[in-house]
Design a protein around this ligand. Structure first.
Ligand code: IMP
Ligand code: MG
Length: 188
């Protein structure tokens, strides 16, 4: 028998319960539907791996407009708890013609803003009809570049959060809620 640690004890505070997250996702989906009605055309939800995978799964079920989905993986260098400035595409969007796609990038959280501020022009440069972004969480106080997402679930203070897809060092992604990770875990 292996005794696994109880990951819930690594969280100092639950910021958003499953119910609260569901409400935020429902609201974002409704806003996306409303805008897409006006815009028309093909809608592509582009999930940024891996942190956005849980959010993406819930969001796509709540959007009533027909959606296509795809994935990209971008890695940032530096300490695992915070993203650094460099952006490297490790899994690219594997499609040729983006010209009739209205893309919404699906992100778990915006921190410095560097990832999205680079991805949006990259996708526009590849010829997408339009590119918007959506993030469940936003930490505006951490912004290093001037970038704001088109759809945001909620703004949070400068705390390191995990769960609902978000990790620290690849752990905690499967927690169904979003919690603040105890400082002693990453300041060891
Ligand atoms: P940025 O906006 O380019 O700085 O990067 C955002 C990315 O940093 C997110 O997609 C996450 O992978 C990671 N990140 C930022 N803050 C947190 C956090 O509090 N918990 C977990 N990952 C985070
Ligand atoms: Mg991450």
């Amino acid at each position: 028998m292996t005794t696994y640690p109880d990951l819930r004890t690594h969280v100092s505070e639950v910021l958003f319960t499953e119910e609260e997250i569901e409400k935020m996702v429902t609201d974002i989906a409704a806003r996306i539907d409303e805008d897409q009605q006006k815009l028309g055309g093909r809608l592509l939800l582009l999930c940024i791996l891996k942190g956005s995978v849980v959010f993406m799964g819930d969001l796509m079920k709540k959007i009533k407009t027909p959606v296509e989905i795809d994935f990209m993986k971008v890695s940032s260098y530096g300490a695992s708890s915070y993203s650094s400035g460099e952006l490297k595409i490790t899994l690219d969007l594997n499609r040729e013609d983006l010209s009739d796609l209205h893309i919404i990038i699906v992100e778990d959280i915006i921190d410095s803003g560097k990832t999205l501020s680079k991805l949006v022009p990259y996708l526009l440069g590849r010829g997408a009809a339009s590119v918007r972004s959506c993030a469940l969480l936003d930490k505006p106080s951490r912004r290093k570049v001037d970038y704001n997402a088109d759809y945001v679930g909620v703004e949070i203070p400068d705390e390191f959060v995990v769960g609902y897809g978000l990790d620290y060092d690849e752990r905690y992604r499967a927690l169904p809620y979003i919690g603040i990770l105890k400082r002693e875990i990453y300041e060891k």
